[in-house]
Write a protein that binds this ligand. Sequence first.
Ligand SMILES: NC(=O)c1ccc[n+]([C@@H]2O[C@H](COP(=O)([O-])OP(=O)(O)OC[C@H]3O[C@@H](n4cnc5c(N)ncnc54)[C@H](OP(=O)(O)O)[C@@H]3O)[C@@H](O)[C@H]2O)c1
Length: 330
Amino acid sequence: MENYTAATNRYESMPYRRCGKSGILLPSLSLGLWHNFGHVDNFNTSKQIVHTAFDKGITHFDLANNYGPPPGSAEENFGKILKQSFASYRDELIISTKAGWGMWPGPYGDLGSKKYLVASLDQSLQRMGLDYVDIFYHHRPDPYTPLEETMSALDLIVRQGKALYVGISSYNTEDTLRASKVLKELGTPCLIHQPRYSMLDRWVENGLLDVIEDEGIGSIAFSPLEQGILTNKYLKGIPENSRAAKSTGFLQKEQVTKEVIQKAQQLNGIAQKRGQSLAQMAISWLLKDHRITSVLVGVSSEKQLLDNLGALTNLEFSVSELQEIETILK
Ligand SMILES: NC(=O)c1ccc[n+]([C@@H]2O[C@H](COP(=O)([O-])OP(=O)(O)OC[C@H]3O[C@@H](n4cnc5c(N)ncnc54)[C@H](OP(=O)(O)O)[C@@H]3O)[C@@H](O)[C@H]2O)c1
């Protein structure tokens, strides 16, 4: 694996979508490194996943300062992969990172101050061995810091050449609109919003998607498979080798309720009739909305990634399929 050469046909099957009103196209499916890329994980598996993703046209890799565990180790491992395999492909990649959750002790390692964001990005760049990231996000809203300060930190970071574009994550509709206005005034428009969005969590349909479209912002849906619940993984209980079973995973066993599994089983019935896996249908269902630029999946194996990529060959839903899905989701 040391001498990685990317597949020559890597741009032949991936559909790319324009990110809002920007010059950037993102792959319909992007890869997130929240889980499965830390020092607790198998490095060769992580590397294989990144190689396969790029070979299939996934040009966008999403990180954050705190991904691991331990925090920071996903960036370190990704930096190692970049150095070993991707040195000559840097200009074909969109690499994002974020700051906003607690990262180091004391008052300057959390939330949304200029002090935290600027220092955190410097640390991220060092861990990944990069001069700049393509997208830098404020990871979550900060109720204490004035929005103007956080947005001016994003603007500063772009002017310093440490990020090309900026984004926000998990901001509600009202704060998204405010943030977008401030960023436009500063001359660094918001490229992208990263909200949680899946068949089981549809808060973005309540205004956010309208605002991002009006503002010319793209969107990338995180946890589209509800951390694995919207796959075949939990249909028959909680397997040992799963995020819910692992002590380092963010999916708690208690979240895998009977009710939710029943829904997944019913949805799986529709997926089967469509000739898709449940994971594939969950991804296709998000991509049916043109306001979704990309769907950001996590995977613990190459096999899961290939399964998820299969979604892209069947993005159409009939009216009756959509109605059936609505009935289950209600
Ligand atoms: N902005 C934010 O605040 C925020 C928050 C969370 C996530 N994110 C981003 O979004 C990315 C994705 O989030 P996520 O990892 O929660 O996404 P997800 O795609 O909903 O869940 C990923 C998990 O689902 C399982 N899975 C995936 N594909 C599968 C398949 N085809 N068949 C069976 N199981 C499958 C795997 O679980 P197992 O590990 O059990 O195999 C995998 O680890 C993150 O990596 C991160 O980049 C951002």
